[in-house]
Ligand binder design. Sequence first.
Ligand code: PNS
Length: 164
Amino acid sequence: MTTAGRVAICPGSFDPLTLGHVDLVRRAAALFERIVIGVLVNEQKQPLLPAHDRVALARAVFVDEPRIEVETFGGLLVDFARQRGARVIVRGLRSAADFDYESPMALMNRRLHGELETVFLVPSPDVHAISSRLVKEIWRLGGDVSGLVPPPVEAHLRALRATK
Ligand code: PNS
């Protein structure tokens, strides 16, 4: 594998980071030397958590894993990948619906940057049903999100609920 192929980007909104994301990042870290978690800053989306909280929580979760870095990015993912010297994007694939969402993005990203490959990893069955969307819905309706998100995210969401 080339040097550039050893850095992989795990991009996403991470609003919030779930145990599904943690599973994906750890699987990626077993395959690549360095992982850059790219937290999307998108002014048009109304996230539950601001970007700095999403970054801080991801850093807290992977604090003992120096090969895993966390950064924000805006604009095109391909530009972020270029800046970071990455040739690989890693995304999780849970279902055919995920494939329908992911494959046009992978094709467009390849069109924009011909040397960038998207690699899809299948998550553990334990985290298969978890999505940020469902976690947010459960949290908004007062449900228990333990076992769906890592402990720092759970604590943050609990504190956030106390302020609502
Ligand atoms: O966690 P998400 O919201 O499913 O992640 C989507 C993400 C961040 C991977 C995607 O929206 C993205 O790459 N956005 C950056 C803008 C971009 O490059 N758009 C063109 C994609 S073809």
